[in-house]
Design a protein around this ligand. Structure first.
Ligand SMILES: *Cc1c(COP(=O)(O)O)cnc(C)c1O
Length: 496
């Protein structure tokens, strides 16, 4: 069966996967969604026999139906190789009463590697399939982790340039250092005076600017996106939920068909949406537990049906979740509105003009798959310390939001179902916040000394991603005001 893609806002339809991947965002500002979420065509028992790559093929072939087996296998094999520090790719470890799905074993030690290690291959393969001659310019807004993972993935890829915008004062020192030391002649990194939402809005505005699109085309360029608005980011993330389930079955922790919960520390709603897709494909998931930090728009939304972005933006110790406009929620809304694009256009219009929207009672019923809660910074620190004290396992400050919220969920519901917590980053990426949570006195050390202190504490080997940047030279110093992003792009591409 062939799956085609359409915009959540109705402006485009019947687009093959390869075209949706190249475009990133639909022309009407909507997000590409499959005309139908496919069902798995093999039993879980059979899927459980597969390694990560073969499982990835079984899931992705159902969405990227215009890719040949050879093309898709090439993409998968090129992505999930020695860049990951474990053959398992996404191991599951049982600690402190939960199953931590470790998604940080790729080259930039955050879960973004799970999709961004394959996106460049999907994109170049798509460009070939669609006979694209233009050079593709990837525009990316990052709250810290997407930027580095995308830069690493696209560095020196022929026919592609990548420009990353990050909030100058809104990322961790290690996140920043990882980005500004990025090698590759086709990479550009820009710090903006603004927050992640400003960066993401700026990028979307550039995408939606048809005049600018024409100018780009006249100069032999076209834009695409490496953010989770790109369907080529979302689908590879569906794989690891199946993988984790199979892993728990293979290790005898669950029976086939047993329902599990999934907790996801959430920002842009991409990772948890992938779990929702997995559930709709046939993976036995009970609750999708959406964990927010102090920027708790999603908690409020899930509990009231009102999405309201008019609030103070809080800089937290889980910066990759510091987001007030969760783009991928639009894809969920589309599903729970029974694929009615008019409803989505209206809601998204209202978000722009009023700064808020409310969904209908019928749509609210569609949220029953979800449980939403949040953890304050103090609660997040307590969770880091508790998990460490109880099981000698150090989790990062994003994963800890998930742990804290899982605890609240259990208190609220007494649900004892086995539960996966998506572990989205290595603690080595957020050393200061994590070490301070263990003991305040660690705050007296420099960021780089803390890396060694973390090693002394955990004896978990310092990841290559960290060793590399310790000596790397800063290559990117560009900054710009949040209203000057378009000019900055013109400058970089020398088309002003
Ligand atoms: C991006 C990110 C998140 C949030 O994921 P979304 O898909 O944006 O919801 C959580 N934790 C870490 C470490 C991240 O990098």
């Amino acid at each position: 069966m062939s799956v085609l893609y359409k915009s959540t806002r109705g402006g485009e339809s019947k687009i093959p996967a390869s075209m949706a991947i190249i475009k990133g965002l639909a022309c009407d500002g909507g997000l590409f969604v499959p005309n139908e979420i496919p069902k798995i065509d093999k039993s879980l028992k059979d899927l459980a026999k597969l390694d990560y790559k073969h499982l990835a093929y079984e899931i992705m072939k159902l969405y990227f139906t215009d890719f040949t087996e050879e093309e898709l296998t090439y993409c998968i094999n090129s992505a999930y190789d020695e860049k990951f520090d474990t053959k398992e790719i996404a191991p599951v470890v049982k600690k402190d009463g939960a199953y931590y799905l470790e998604l940080f074993h790729g080259s930039t030690i955050a879960f973004k590697d799970m999709a961004l290690s394959i996106l460049p291959y999907l994109m170049t393969t798509s460009a070939k399939k669609q006979n694209i001659d233009n050079e593709i310019v990837i525009l990316t807004a990052t709250s810290g982790d997407t930027g580095k993972a995308a830069l690493a993935g696209f560095s020196d890829v022929d026919g592609i340039k990548i420009i990353v915008f990050y909030p100058k004062d809104g990322v961790s020192p290690i996140q920043k250092h990882q980005m500004v030391t990025q090698k590759g002649d086709n990479t550009y990194v820009v710090g903006i005076e603004g927050n992640f939402d400003d960066a993401q809005n700026g990028v979307k505005d550039i995408f939606n600017n048809t005049e600018f699109g024409k100018k780009m085309a006249n100069n032999g360029y076209q834009f695409s996106s490496a953010n989770s608005i790109n369907i080529g980011r979302l689908i590879p993330q569906v794989v690891y939920y199946f993988y984790a389930y199979c892993n728990m079955y293979n290790s005898g922790d669950i029976d086939l068909g047993e329902k599990i919960n999934v907790v996801v520390p959430t920002g842009n709603f991409g990772n948890i949406l992938a779990a929702y897709y997995a559930k709709n494909m046939g993976l036995p998931i009970n609750k999708l537990i959406c964990a927010s930090n102090d920027n708790k728009v999603l908690y409020d939304f899930i509990n009231t049906g009102i999405y309201n972005k008019k609030r103070e933006f809080v800089l937290t110790i889980s910066p990759s979740m510091d987001i007030l406009i969760s783009s991928n929620l639009e894809r969920l809304l589309y599903n729970i509105a029974n694929n009615d694009e008019n409803v989505i256009s209206e809601l998204m219009g209202s978000l722009v003009t009023e700064g808020e929207y409310e969904i209908t009672d019928n749509m609210k019923k569609g949220l029953e798959d979800f449980y939403g809660n949040y953890a304050s910074m103090d609660e997040t620190c307590v969770a880091i310390k508790e998990v460490y004290d109880n099981s000698d396992y150090l989790i990062d400050s994003h994963t800890a939001v998930g742990s804290a919220v899982y605890k609240k969920y259990k208190n609220d519901t007494n649900d004892e179902a086995k539960t996966i917590i998506a572990s989205t980053a290595s603690p080595y990426k957020f050393t200061r916040s994590v070490m301070k949570a263990i003991d305040k006195s660690y705050d007296n050390y420099s960021d780089f000394d803390l890396i060694n202190k973390m090693y002394e504490l955990t004896k978990v080997e310092i990841p290559n991603a960290i060793k590399e940047i310790l000596e790397a030279k800063v290559r990117h110093t560009r900054t710009c005001h949040k209203d000057k992003m378009k000019e900055t792009v013109e400058n970089i591409l020398q088309i002003s």
